[in-house]
Design a protein around this ligand. Structure first.
Ligand SMILES: *Cc1c(COP(=O)(O)O)cnc(C)c1O
Length: 394
């Protein structure tokens, strides 16, 4: 028996409801799309195999090009962001790299926010340059000033808003408008906001990219990426680069990401509520020089954040007053609820000392810490942080 979920007029449904059913419809009455582990796919006749080769998508000839599990997640993300089509990747970084390659060729120029995720920056400096692509890194808070940076060969603009270390909020609609006037594609790393809090395609973006390892999977147990294209032409280019470069993601991980997507809106509301409470508490602390969280009304990014976003996730930064590295280590090492580690977006809270000297967009003042506010009771987190601050001045 096959019963796809009843599809009421999706336009009338709230985004939260759509997230529950996005990409839905399974087989045999099973609620969730099962994990289809596969490499070879068998066909009844040579003709059917040859037809599948030609059509490749949505029909599949070989599991690298997709399984029902990977396609269900791609479909769900396409619906969640309101795009044309999506492609899954083995990591968020792979999604970024292939999306950039899909938009660029030898002799082209790309404009990149100076505050992007470090490995994104490295890829442009080290690898893209070897293939004859030049890059200009710009102040993430630039607005009309971007206009002067376009060259005749500029083909793409890469944004990350807010930046995941320094939290500058970019004027995406304005920057996208300037790029489109020059025929450039606009790419954004939307990992921080997720589809729940920022809709890239209604703000002029052509390709939205996520590290699914963060909030989409949401439980710190898989590495995966996804890129979604706004329109058919952009999707065909992305899909072609994806196929040619051998990209895919395992059905197991797509199952986890699809499961994560079902509770994404609920988890993110809690991350938002708790992070805001923690951010407001941190702002009052004498040890803290600055809190980097766009949802704080005192934050420099607040105006644009409130205009373009519907919420804020659980990742924020704090810049401490002058404390030694040893004092900061003493503070972080003794925390009971905050793990020390990279990545974020799972159910658990994290803390990571960041060296501001490595961050192009940051003034090297006091030590910078990045916090991920997880799904614990925020009052417990505040007690843990309070004890941590006491260790700063031991
Ligand atoms: C983690 C992260 C990535 C890379 O994702 P992986 O899945 O770890 O490859 C890209 N962008 C941002 C903002 C990230 O935080």
């Amino acid at each position: 028996m096959t019963r796809s979920t009843c599809t009421p007029d999706v336009e009338q449904l709230s985004p939260d409801t759509r997230m529950i059913h996005a990409g839905g419809g399974s087989a045999y009455g099973i609620v969730n799309m099962p994990v289809f582990r596969a490499s070879t796919l068998l066909f009844d006749t040579v003709q059917e195999y040859e037809d599948a080769l030609v059509r490749r998508s949505p029909s599949v000839s070989y599991a690298r090009y997709g399984t029902p599990s990977t396609q269900a997640f791609e479909k769900a993300m396409t619906e969640a962001e309101g795009g044309y089509g999506a492609a899954v990747f083995p990591s968020g970084l792979a999604a970024i790299v292939v999306a950039l390659i899909s938009a660029l060729g030898a002799g082209d120029h790309v404009l990149i926010s100076n505050a992007v995720y470090g490995p994104t920056r490295n890829f442009c400096i080290k690898t893209l340059s070897r293939f004859g692509v030049t890059a200009t890194f710009f102040d993430p808070l630039i607005s009309d000033g971007l206009e002067a940076l376009f060259q005749t060969n500029t083909r793409a603009l890469f944004l990350e808003s807010p930046a995941s270390m320094t939290f500058e909020v970019q004027d995406v609609p304005r920057l996208a408008q300037l790029a489109h006037a020059r025929g450039c594609k606009v790419l954004i790393d939307n990992t921080w906001a997720t589809p729940v809090f920022f809709s890239p395609f209604s703000h002029g973006v052509d390709i939205s990219i996520h590290s699914a390892s963060k909030y989409l999977v949401g439980h710190s147990d898989a590495i995966m990426g996804v890129a979604i294209a706004a329109d058919n032409a952009t999707y065909q280019q992305l899909r072609s680069a994806w196929a040619e470069m051998g990209q895919t993601a395992s059905s197991d991980d797509c199952f986890l990401a699809l499961r994560g997507l079902r509770t994404l809106h609920v988890r993110l509301k809690r991350h938002y509520q708790s992070a805001l409470q923690v951010a407001e508490w941190l702002r009052e602390r004498p040890e803290v020089a600055r809190v980097l969280y766009p949802a704080l009304s005192q934050s420099p990014g607040f105006r644009i954040w409130r205009r373009d976003f519907t919420g804020a996730s659980g990742l924020l930064g704090i810049q401490l007053k002058q404390f030694s590295a040893a004092a900061v280590a003493r503070m972080a090492n003794g925390l009971k609820l905050f793990g020390i580690g990279a990545s974020w977006g799972g159910h658990e809270s994290l803390i990571l000392p960041v060296n501001p000297a490595n961050l192009p967009a940051m003034q090297p003042d006091g030590p910078l810490l990045r916090l991920h506010i997880g799904l614990e009771d925020p009052d417990d987190l505040l007690r843990d942080l309070e004890a941590g601050f006491a260790r700063l001045t031991l």
